[in-house]
Design a protein around this ligand. Structure first.
Ligand code: ADP
Ligand code: 5GP
Length: 263
């Protein structure tokens, strides 16, 4: 079986790590490329599991040696995917998921246009803020400045959604996981002729509905919420001062969800 390369991008806090970790529990043969980064570990992150953590000097040395298939500077830190991750996955006949930002995704697409690209959207800025805060809380510290920095970047990243083949709106987790799973199975079916048995029709329908060109209806409210449909120059993300009560809305629904960084 030829491995398929899946690129997943999303504004930070949208839920990509959660989705990828759920996908890998449910679908076998999907490897995850553990990136290299110069940022410090967060919460319960472990070297070699979520990331390979390194220094800026070491990262620059690796970059000069051509270790990375793509790299980018995101929020002031360097991130890169080692070429070796792809070699390992391909030699094992596995698919490979890259969780990379929009800059890295553009580099990979330019070299490997056959890669399947998926953009994950949060439903709206308020939910994104809540998720970023909840994650910070779970990691022990709510860094408001960092939360707002990532929120500010979200809209710019969302502007790149047109570059991606598939769009997921990560509102209800189970639904988004089922959609991601359907995309992987459908691509295996179309590219490798891999059987998806009795679920085939439903899986193919779910995946097809996530294709970017079939996503306008789902996308409209998200783009509007992020101020991207506004034609009269309103380019700012505007957050109403909300109460803790509103923040706790998703907090309650989050209770049973495991933080992927706890794995
Ligand atoms: P990313 O990898 O995109 O930065 P994470 O996967 O770390 O984002 O998710 C950010 C936070 O949002 C985590 O606390 C996670 O548990 C939570 N989360 C992810 N998806 C959902 C969802 N559909 N509903 C509610 N909370 C979610
Ligand atoms: P975080 O620090 O929240 O884990 O990730 C910040 C951003 O860096 C996310 O958009 C994530 O997708 C991106 N990222 C993580 N690893 C890589 C990588 O190897 N290359 C690139 N280009 N971006 C990465």
């Amino acid at each position: 079986m030829a491995g398929i390369l899946f690129i997943i991008s999303a504004p930070s806090g949208s839920g990509k790590s959660t989705l990828v970790s759920e996908l890998r529990k449910q679908v076998s043969g999907v490897d995850f490329a553990v990136s290299w980064t110069t940022r410090a570990p967060r919460g319960s992150e472990e070297n070699g599991r979520e990331y390979n953590f390194t220094t800026r000097e070491e990262f620059q040395r690796m970059l000069a040696e051509g270790v990375f298939m793509e790299h980018a500077e995101v929020f002031g830190s360097f991130y890169g995917t080692a070429r070796q991750s792809l070699k390992d996955a391909l030699s094992a006949g596995h698919d490979l998921v890259l969780d990379i930002d929009v800059q890295g995704a553009a580099q990979v697409r330019a070299k490997m246009p056959e890669a399947v690209s998926i953009f994950v959207m949060p439903p709206n800025p308020r939910v994104l803020r809540t998720r970023l805060r909840n994650r910070s809380r779970a990691e022990g510290v709510v860094d408001e400045a960092e939360v707002f920095r990532r929120l500010g970047a979200a809209r710019k990243e969302i502007e790149n959604y047109r570059e991606y083949g598939y769009i997921l709106v990560n509102d209800i987790l189970d639904r988004a996981v089922a959609q991601l799973e359907a995309i992987v199975l459908a691509e295996r079916y179309y590219r490798n002729g891999e059987s998806i048995a009795y679920r085939s029709r439903r899986v193919l329908e779910v995946a097809a509905a996530c294709l970017q060109f079939n996503s306008q209806e789902r996308l409209g409210p998200v783009l509007e919420a992020f101020g991207l449909l506004d034609s009269n120059g309103q380019q700012q993300l505007i957050f109403e001062e909300d109460s803790d009560e509103e923040d706790s809305e998703e907090e309650d629904s989050d209770k049973d969800k495991k933080d992927p960084h706890d794995d």
